[in-house]
Design a protein around this ligand. Structure first.
Ligand code: UDP
Length: 238
């Protein structure tokens, strides 16, 4: 008998790369659909969900491709790319019958709603999945920080970060066989040991707002539903 969900409202952060599947660039439709299925399962057990999606699969402000572009413009390009990913996820979720709204930190009225916290709150109360696009709307930030910010603003019980590995390690487990996996860490451990969970501004914001961060693998089918029940494999930072 599966346990009841441990959280009433969560923010799920997906990196852009998580939507790429085996591709080198862009979106893999099957992967987006599979993640939408995972989200639907959690939505159907009554957990309120909002999403922040990155854009590493399309454009990053600090990438080599952007090296000749002025930094703030490159960052705006990255933020615009997150809107594309948000629209793709919206479409996949709605095809499965999950009601959604996209809210962008950079207003673009013909494409989606602008970010209005109280309106987002209302959508979530009505069990719509709210997808926050365009990061924080400011250059020099990342979508990790946007995730910590929106999770705090929306009074989420936890920030869940779906990644390529099943938690936080002392080194990259794909390249270092001696990498140690942690079940539980403090915010201070992450900052002091420079563990690459999320960037430091995101960790500091989560710490200041007592927002637990749960890191889990998006590749394990059913993992999102397990993690919201406090089961399965994940690292908790709190
Ligand atoms: N970005 C930004 N401000 C934000 C969020 C994102 O300038 O608040 C830009 C930044 O250039 C970043 C890009 O958008 O590199 C894509 O976001 P991110 O790198 O966080 O994506 P992820 O690694 O999660 O796929």
């Amino acid at each position: 008998m599966p346990k009841n969900p441990q959280y009433k409202r969560v923010l799920l952060k997906l990196s852009g790369e998580g939507l790429m599947g085996d591709k080198e660039f862009g979106l893999c439709t099957e992967t987006v659909n599979r993640i939408a299925d995972e989200i639907k399962v959690v939505h159907d057990i009554g957990v309120q969900i909002c999403l922040v999606i990155g854009a590493g699969n399309i454009f990053r402000g600090m990438s080599a491709a952007a090296s000749t572009i002025e930094r703030t413009s490159a960052d705006y390009m990255g933020m615009l790319a997150t809107v594309m990913n948000a629209l793709a996820m919206q479409s996949a979720l709605e095809a499965k019958g999950v009601q959604t709204r996209v809210q962008s930190a950079i207003p673009m009225d013909t494409v989606c709603e602008p970010f209005i916290r109280r309106r987002a709150e209302r959508h979530m109360e009505k069990n719509r999945v709210v997808i926050f696009a365009a990061g924080t709307g400011n250059p020099y930030f990342t979508t990790d920080t946007a995730a910590a910010l929106r999770a705090s603003e929306m009074s989420c019980d936890a920030l869940l970060k779906g990644t390529q590995v099943d938690g936080v390690y002392s080194a990259d487990p794909k390249t270092d066989p001696n990498a140690e996996r942690y079940d539980r860490l403090s915010y201070q451990d992450v900052l002091a040991r420079d563990l690459r969970v999320m960037d430091t501004s995101a960790i500091a914001l989560a710490r200041d707002n007592n927002l637990p961060i749960l890191v889990f693998s998006l590749h394990n089918p059913g993992a999102f539903a397990q993690v919201v029940r406090g089961e399965g494999t994940f690292t908790i930072v709190e």
